[in-house]
Design a protein around this ligand. Structure first.
Ligand code: UTP
Length: 234
């Protein structure tokens, strides 16, 4: 049994409230949790971006907009917990310590954001450290890490494997503001570097990509690791 922390982007799970992938993710998460200890950190998605946009229009400061974003991530986490039913611990963890405590139940532990100035990727990266995860997975909307944003630059180069240092170089070029978008936030990238925990980045628009990567080793994505040690399948 391995320990897995997943950063499940809101743009994947709930890009829009009425156009979500929650139902499709339930069997995938349950299959993984049947074999491994699983933590899921849920992002804010379109809802968070809508709220943050309105907050900005009202002249509200970035820190407060972040707090609003955190509330949306917790709302999304609540929805996922309710949909998972008995497979999940019934309460959203509001700190890493709480997540550790909830994991004693042996159920899937779900959390959202915790601190302004970062995204749920950073929450998940630190959680991976705190629970001594074997792997940290970032489920996002691109099939791995490119040298440039592949949505803006069609010729961008895909990295199948890269070191934490290369990762920091790539994500360091992105910005940081409430609702800002990058393949992984820079804080998370720094935590990945110091924790020595391998990071897997994959495209979650097809939910089975997650179970395929973890359970069968079929990965269409990137692996960030300091060593050449085989990471997948778990
Ligand atoms: P997300 O983690 O969802 O950010 O948090 P994201 O980059 O938009 O990722 P996707 O689209 O879900 O994949 C939404 C917003 O909530 C605030 C930030 O403003 C973030 O942009 N937030 C989240 C925090 O301030 N702190 C946290 O710990 C988490």
């Amino acid at each position: 049994m391995k320990t897995i922390v997943i950063s499940l982007g809101g743009s994947i799970l709930i890009p829009e409230l009425n156009n979500n992938r929650i139902q499709a993710y339930l069997p995938v998460l349950e299959t993984i949790a049947a074999q491994h200890r699983l933590f899921v950190v849920v992002g804010g998605g379109g809802g968070a971006r809508d709220y943050i946009g309105v907050a900005r229009d009202l002249g509200i400061d970035e820190g407060t907009a972040d707090e609003i974003g955190i509330l949306v991530t917790r709302l999304n986490a609540t929805l996922l917990i309710a949909a998972l039913g008995d497979s999940a611990y019934p309460k959203v963890a509001e700190s890493h310590s709480e997540a550790k405590k909830f994991a004693e139940s042996k159920k899937i532990v779900v959390m959202g954001g915790i601190t302004p100035g970062q995204t749920t990727d950073a929450v998940a990266a630190v959680l991976a450290e705190r629970v001594h995860a074997d792997v940290f997975v970032n489920v996002t909307s691109v099939n791995g890490i490119y040298d440039k944003d592949p949505k803006k630059f069609p010729g961008a180069k895909h990295h199948r494997t890269l070191t934490p240092k290369q990762l920091i170089e790539i994500v360091g070029r992105g910005g940081l503001g409430a609702g800002s978008h990058n393949v992984l936030d820079i804080i998370a990238a720094r935590v990945v570097e110091r924790s020595h925990i391998p990071l897997v980045v994959l495209d979650g628009t097809r939910p089975e990509n997650l179970s395929d990567a973890l359970l069968t080793g079929h990965l269409d994505g990137s692996i960030v690791s300091e060593t050449k040690k085989k990471i997948l399948p778990l």
